[in-house]
Ligand binder design. Structure first.
Ligand code: THU
Length: 137
């Protein structure tokens, strides 16, 4: 799957965002090594803290269906009612979840900047010196 196609799936997933409190809608599309893609949106809650980011929605869907290895995730986000304009970088908690299941040297985070310009980062770039499963061995 091409990165541009993954971004398109993230845009589609964003249309399902449930964000009545922040009015900030995020979509993600996670590519597993199997070739399967798992999408996610942010899901907020009246009690605030139970809310979940789009990225973790995608990861937890994938993990709960047996996937364990991943190649890339595309993320788009922006205010409700507008097309995203600028990158939506994943929050620290989502970066940590990526660290659990992804090789920081290889896993790609695909974002979209203003003008639909694609920007790709490795997990090790956005989470330097991350703590992961290898640290417990
Ligand atoms: N959010 C995400 O879903 N992913 C990100 O990368 C950044 C933030 C969500 C959480 C919350 O529902 C809303 O965006 C505003 O922070």
């Amino acid at each position: 799957m091409k990165k541009q196609a993954l971004l398109e799936l993230a845009h589609q997933a964003r249309t399902y965002a449930y964000a009545p409190y922040s009015h900030f809608q995020v979509g993600a599309a996670l590519l597993a090594k199997s070739g399967n893609v798992y999408t996610g949106c942010n899901i907020e809650n009246a009690a605030y803290t139970p809310g979940n980011c789009a990225e973790r929605t995608a990861f937890f869907k994938a993990i709960s269906e047996g996937e364990r290895e991943f190649t890339a995730i595309a993320i788009v986000g922006g205010p409700e009612g507008k097309q995203p304009d600028g990158i939506c970088p994943p929050c620290g908690v989502c970066r940590q979840v990526m660290m659990e299941f992804c090789d920081p040297e290889l896993f790609e985070i695909v974002l979209e900047d203003s003008g639909k310009e694609m920007r790709t980062f490795l997990l090790k770039e956005i989470l330097p010196y991350g703590f992961g499963p290898d640290n417990l061995i």
